[in-house]
Design a protein around this ligand. Structure first.
Ligand code: FES
Length: 245
């Protein structure tokens, strides 16, 4: 691929902690067709504005740290090419979370919601973990049921895109619900009933209005919207089976 370069203007809407308000800063950079938005921000920090704050780590779409709103859409900065965006590129923090500084947002609420669905394998036998004699083989079909939902990198883009999350902060949100589905469909897990009881609420699965925007922005194609609909089905089956007891 050729290394054509061109001048690009980048408008960064960042939170100024001293002024306690959002300010807009415009920078001019030279971008090639391989320059990502993250590359551009690192360049701006190194050459224009050392105070510019943003999160990143892996630079390859794995850690989920560089989530931000680019040209009005939640995206990963390390996977977004500058030259594929508008000529008046805009960058802003993801807005569903409080902004701490610059483009850095507070993920505390996000991880509380994530933890609330018990995103781990729940086992009835608590002593089992000290006695690793058992094997838990899975068929390809059993593995493929949950694996697409296990790709989540916890970037928070789906929450930012969710219209319900943006109006009801108590809604557990698409990321946590997708992870609830991931674990209840893992054949090794025994926490299905506890999770379904907890999520059978208006702030749980029934809060979803199925706009589908969460799935559209997921950089790993996790499809939280599908997971939530499947969770509704699981709750219905669980309730029906419970009523027969
Ligand atoms: Fe890790 Fe972008 S820096 S996902």
């Amino acid at each position: 691929m050729g290394q054509e370069s061109k001048k690009v203007r980048i408008n960064v809407n960042l939170f100024d902690i001293e002024g306690e308000k959002f300010v807009n800063k415009e920078f001019a950079i030279t971008a090639t067709n391989l320059t990502t938005v993250l590359d551009a921000l690192i360049h701006i920090k190194e050459t224009h504005d050392p105070e510019l704050s943003f999160r990143y780590s892996c630079r390859m779409g794995i850690c989920g740290s560089c989530a931000m709103v680019i040209d009005g859409k939640p995206r990963l900065a390390c996977e977004t090419l500058v030259t594929e965006m508008s000529s008046n590129l805009t960058v802003a923090p993801i807005m569903v979370q409080p902004t701490l500084k610059g483009l850095v947002t507070d993920f505390d609420d996000f991880f509380e919601k994530h933890k609330s669905v018990m995103p781990w394998l729940v086992r009835n036998d608590q002593k089992e973990k000290y006695d690793a004699k058992n094997l838990y083989p899975q068929t390809d079909i059993q593995r493929d049921t949950y694996l697409p939902f296990a790709e989540c990198i916890k970037c928070g883009l789906c929450l930012d895109a969710c219209p319900v999350e943006n109006t009801n902060k108590d809604f557990v949100g698409p990321q946590a619900l997708a992870q609830a589905y991931h674990y209840i469909t893992d054949s090794r897990d025994q926490g299905k009933a506890v999770r379904l009881e907890k999520l059978d609420t208006l702030d749980g699965i029934w809060g979803c209005e199925f706009s589908g925007s969460c799935s559209k922005v997921c950089p790993k194609s996790v499809d939280p919207a599908l997971a939530i609909q499947l969770l509704k089905s699981e709750v219905a089956k669980y309730r029906l089976s419970g009523s027969k007891k």
